[in-house]
Design a protein around this ligand. Structure first.
Ligand code: FHN
Length: 477
């Protein structure tokens, strides 16, 4: 009987391994030869990208003509995102486009914007140079629909790039491919005349991108949007060549996965499931839950304060995130190896709304004390616990516990596996040493004084040299 059982186990193991091998072969055979797929397998290792990886927290700015109506037209509130108001049937397109004659942001103060971001702890900013409405915040040579034709007359992007750079913040330029103002833009290309029009649009897009990279050479990357329509998805060859041209012009340029599709129309990931760009750009208003969700790729999450409003909306509706919620999202993003980018929608007059200033200041207060657990940190390779998030320094043997929920027992579990020796644990703020109880070979309990913390706090675990959780991280990369 015993022998029969053993025999069956052996047979199942052999069959299982043959099945897995067959699956692997099938997967390898399934790799398609692509002309316009991913340019690289695996992560970038250069300095610019290493720095991007260490940012942890960033700021997003959505600013343009849509900030003038602020989600309201003739006393009626538009239900969608404020920056989409032009697409609302209630507004004639030409009436919206003539908002250009009202763009005069007398309270625009780039140094103040940069100061708010710096104080919040942002290490990079992504700024809309042109959103879907096509209005350019720089005086582009290739269209008259720019700041130059507005009463403001002056460039907006240049002063912002300078001010943020002076504040030590790197700049990424947001650019919408979809352009509702350009006569050549099409959602799809169905006729000869569509095709002729779109060829003109492609040249225009190329010229504008080269213009931006030439005018603002310190910009570290481009953040693309509006690339989902069939017209653009069909441009695999053109977009691939343009990406190569831009990278040649600016070595080190960072481009996310939203720029182009492969020749089979696959976006973000090509037909062989390889990431198309330097980082995954699919995490919009949502976060991954576990490390497997990010497939070992770099990624960032862009987030709004209210539910879905990027541009300025006078009447924020629904749930408005608190600073503690946003701090938790930042911690979660970093704990899974990503960056968290919080959106701001300045008003039409150039000022930043009070609610956003307050949130930035509160996040900044927390970051001033705890940024060590956010900057230059990564996935720690430890089992997630209910009290919060682990991060790990990319440069030292420190592991951080960012605690959001304190258990009534006052003891926080760490399941470290056999390979991470904890030498000491202390509160980051005040450096108070904590007692560590080894429960078994793989679990420790960190005992904390329950002092009714009102804010998330950080515990530092120092680990033995050469230990840490790297082994586990590599499993996922
Ligand atoms: O349509 C835009 C939206 O207005 C906003 O700019 C966001 C930012 O990620 N992107 C698009 C939706 O995916």
């Amino acid at each position: 009987m015993k022998n029969r059982k053993l025999f069956l186990i052996l047979i199942s193991a052999i069959l299982c391994s043959q099945f897995c091998q067959a699956q692997q072969v099938e997967h390898q055979q399934a790799a398609i030869s692509l002309k316009h797929g991913a340019h690289r397998i695996g992560k970038r290792t250069d300095e610019v990208m290493q720095k991007w990886r260490g940012y942890g927290l960033g700021q997003f700015i959505h600013w343009g003509l849509y900030a003038i109506p602020g989600g309201e037209w003739n006393g009626k509130q538009y239900d969608g995102a404020a920056e989409w108001i032009r697409s609302w049937n209630g507004i004639p397109k030409s009436t919206y486009d003539s908002l250009i004659y009202k763009f005069n942001p007398v309270n625009f103060n780039p140094e103040e914007w940069a100061g708010i971001a710096k104080n919040m702890g942002a290490k990079y900013v992504t700024i809309t140079t042109k959103h879907h409405d096509g209005f350019c915040l720089w005086p582009s040579k290739y269209t008259s629909y720019t700041v130059a034709k507005s009463p403001w007359k002056k460039d907006v992007i240049g002063p912002l790039v300078d001010a943020y750079n002076k504040a030590g913040i790197d700049v990424i330029l947001y650019f919408s491919i979809m352009d509702w103002n350009h006569p050549g833009w099409r959602y799809d290309i169905k006729t000869k005349s569509d095709s002729i029009a779109f060829e003109g649009f492609k040249k225009f897009t190329r010229n504008q991108l080269i213009e931006l990279l030439t005018r603002y050479p310190t910009a570290k990357g481009l953040w693309f949007d509006g690339t989902w329509d069939k017209s653009w998805v069909k441009q695999a060859e053109f977009a691939d060549e343009l990406e190569t041209e831009m990278r040649k012009l600016r070595p080190g340029l960072i481009i996310g996965s939203r720029f182009r599709a492969d020749e089979f129309g696959k976006r973000h990931f090509d037909s062989n499931h390889m990431l198309m760009g330097d980082y995954e750009q699919g995490w919009e208003r949502k976060l991954p839950n576990k490390i497997e969700d990010v497939h070992g790729n770099d990624w960032d999450c862009v987030m709004t304060v209210p539910e879905n409003q990027w541009g300025y909306n006078k009447a924020w509706k629904g749930h408005i995130k608190t600073s503690n919620e946003l701090i938790e999202m930042t911690a979660k993003a970093v704990s899974l190896g990503g960056n968290f980018v919080l959106n701001f929608g300045p008003k039409g007059d150039g000022s930043i709304r009070e609610e956003e200033k307050k949130l930035a200041a509160e996040i900044g207060d927390w970051m001033k004390v705890n940024n060590e657990a956010i900057y230059n940190c990564e996935y720690a390779g430890l089992e997630k616990q209910d009290w919060g998030y682990f991060t790990k320094s990319r440069n030292t043997n420190k592991v951080y516990m960012i605690v959001f929920n304190v258990p009534v027992s006052g003891s926080l579990l760490v399941k470290q596996g056999g390979h991470m020796g904890i030498t000491q644990g202390y509160l980051l703020e005040g450096k108070k040493q904590l007692s560590i109880e080894k429960i078994d070979g793989s679990t420790s309990a960190i005992h904390i004084p329950t002092v009714g913390q009102k804010q998330p706090f950080v515990i530092v675990l120092e680990t033995e040299k050469g230990s840490g959780a790297k082994e586990d991280i590599n499993k996922h990369i």
